[in-house]
Design a protein around this ligand. Structure first.
Ligand SMILES: [Zn+2]
Length: 73
């Protein structure tokens, strides 16, 4: 089961890499918490050659639940 990154897309207007998501949302997503885009484009937010996250697993969404529940956008 994969879950949407729509709240990130709505806030930033782009997909972010895992490092940016962790920094911006104050979470600690691990590799197994996310699903990456297949192509190896750099992150459009930080410019690093990190894989861009396009969806989350259930464990990833659980870590982000406070973000989704307390959206300020
Ligand atoms: Zn980034």
């Amino acid at each position: 089961m994969l879950l949407t990154t729509r709240p990130i897309l709505r806030r930033f207007g782009m997909y972010l890499c895992r490092e940016c998501i962790n920094r911006e949302y104050g979470v600690h997503l691990k590799r197994e918490d996310v699903r990456y885009k297949y192509t190896e484009d750099p992150c459009p937010y930080c410019g690093a050659t990190n894989h861009v996250v396009t969806s989350f697993t259930v464990t990833g969404l659980y870590k982000l639940r406070h973000v989704w529940e307390n959206r300020d956008d």
